[in-house]
Ligand binder design. Structure first.
Ligand code: 5AD
Ligand code: SF4
Length: 481
């Protein structure tokens, strides 16, 4: 069974099930042009997928070419996730498959990147004998040197975390992109210390990337035909950049950054993820309302609806405070889509706490949610302080109830859209039928509609009227451009 559930199969936000284990090879090139070939597979959140694009860029500069065919690779990289135990198990399983390949091909090297590398450090080399290279999320610049060391027969490890590294100057190689939407990392790490979360330990302290480099990257994407950027960070609302060259100058806040990126072109849609309810400000909401091209969609993880559990989770807000934030969003941006992350069965959770969670879901009317049962992670505050005391069958039953509420809310939300007209950015053919387009509205809902005889292409905006829906998708017809 999956350790998480989403009612939104098409989402491209966190742990997109479809993208897990995705392998990349963007370069259509002469196979002789490269001294070595690498294969990279990514797991986990969008941040990891964005990091793989930075890794590809670093390796490419050193004369390594990407391949989608693992058997052809000299170097295999697996960019890993530690957020839940299941994610780590998936990686372990995949590594045993790589073992077979390695036995067949002399000189093939296997590298582990990302959060699991950071969490386990050199222990990885003891536990998984086939691994040659272990690199944490802040050490990717040293990869070429580490590869060289490993080629010389040594095991190579760099898991140093940094207070500064943002890879600001590295132009990511867009891997397996649809050419329309791209992710742009704006900050790294997290200082929040939610008690269940391993991220502050695997990705280190929070730091914001140079605003100018972000805007430059977004502008380049736009000039290359992209029509949507998603600004990524563990907690984007605490973005804050003060240029070291002008310490007296004005700092850039997240609201400022949103505005600057939105001003690149009205034809460039701007999204962001993830927001922490404690940090999202009115200024951000007003900026969203002001610019048509800033998408009206906020991922606002609640995690639990019980104030007592929220406190144990160290989320620093109460249930009432969260609900007031939802009200504020609806007040300033009436048509805003809202989604959430929810954890079932956190330490000490009682039936009443669980009911409070279901109740917050109903109140917030989430358009969709990512739903998990609690998985204790070594080294986290919760693991040190509390007992993981909710039995597994209870966790699963509560998760199931959460999923059922969300399914109902999602369907209701989609039904409410029937008859409405949305501006849709075309992302490509629909999965099932090449005579249909698939795109998204501002609220991040997927819309599928017949191409008919319109002269349209990927990356175009089109007006679509919704005439039907499923729980996960809106269905409609083009009514104009
Ligand atoms: N167990 C279950 N879910 C978790 N998440 C983070 N840590 C855990 C954990 N230990 C979920 C949170 C977070 C999302 C990315 O993953 O809901 O928002
Ligand atoms: Fe983890 Fe909380 Fe930071 Fe999100 S905000 S990465 S849940 S510590």
């Amino acid at each position: 069974m999956l350790d998480y559930v989403t009612d939104k199969p098409d989402s491209h936000r966190v742990q997109d099930e479809k993208r897990q284990g995705e392998a990349f090879a963007p370069f259509a090139n002469d196979p002789n042009a490269y001294r070595k070939r690498f294969y990279i597979e990514s797991y986990g959140c969008q941040m990891n997928f964005a990091d793989s694009e930075i890794v590809a860029s670093i390796l490419n500069k050193e004369g390594f070419g990407a391949t989608r065919n693992v058997e052809e690779a000299d170097l295999i990289f697996i960019n890993t996730c530690s957020i839940r135990e299941k994610a780590e198990q998936t990686v372990r399983k995949r590594l045993t498959e790589f073992r077979k390949l390695k036995e067949q091909k002399k000189g093939m090297l296997v590298g582990v990147l990302g959060c699991m590398a950071e969490r386990l450090k050199s222990k990885f080399l003891e536990e998984e004998k086939l691994v040659d290279i272990v690199v944490g999320p802040d050490a990717y610049r040293t990869l070429p040197g580490l590869v060289e060391e490993a080629e010389g027969g040594q095991k190579a490890v760099n898991v140093l975390l940094s207070r500064e590294e943002t890879y600001a100057d590295i132009a990511p190689v867009r891997l397996d992109s649809n050419g329309v939407s791209a992710f742009v990392s704006i900050m790294r790490g997290c200082n929040n210390m939610c008690s269940f979360c391993v991220v502050p330990f695997t990705r280190g302290r929070e730091r914001s990337r140079d605003a100018e480099s972000i805007v430059h990257e977004c502008r380049e994407l736009f000039n290359n035909g992209y029509r949507e950027v998603t600004l990524l960070g563990q907690n984007v609302d605490s973005y804050y950049y003060q240029a070291p060259s002008s310490p007296q100058g004005e700092a850039v806040t997240f609201a400022n950054l949103l505005e600057i990126v939105a001003l690149i072109s009205p034809l460039l849609r701007v999204r962001f993820s993830t927001s922490h309810p404690k940090d999202i400000t009115d200024e951000v909401l007003h900026t969203m309302a002001k610019y048509e091209n800033i998408c009206k969609y906020i991922h606002l993880p609640v995690q639990s609806g019980s104030t007592r559990v929220l406190q144990l989770m160290n989320r620093t807000y109460t249930r009432e405070w969260y609900m007031a934030k939802v009200n504020r969003i609806r007040e300033i941006i009436p048509d805003c889509g809202i989604s959430s992350d929810i954890i079932a069965g956190f330490c000490t959770e009682e039936e009443q706490d669980h009911k409070d969670t279901l109740d917050v879901m109903e109140y917030s009317k989430y358009d969709f949610s990512y739903m998990f049962f609690y998985s204790e992670r070594p080294g986290t505050l919760a693991q040190k302080r509390y007992k993981d005391d909710v039995p597994e069958n209870v966790k699963k039953r509560r998760l199931q109830e959460i999923v059922e509420v969300q399914n109902r809310l999602s369907l209701l939300s989609n039904k409410n859209d029937i008859g409405k007209i949305f501006k849709v950015l075309i992302e490509g053919d629909s999965k099932r039928n090449e005579k249909e387009w698939k795109g998204r509205n501002s609220q991040n809902k997927v819309i599928v509609f017949p191409k008919e005889n319109y002269e349209l292409k990927k990356g175009d905006f089109v007006e679509v009227k919704v005439d039907d829906c499923t729980q996960a998708t809106l269905l409609g017809k083009i009514i104009g451009r």
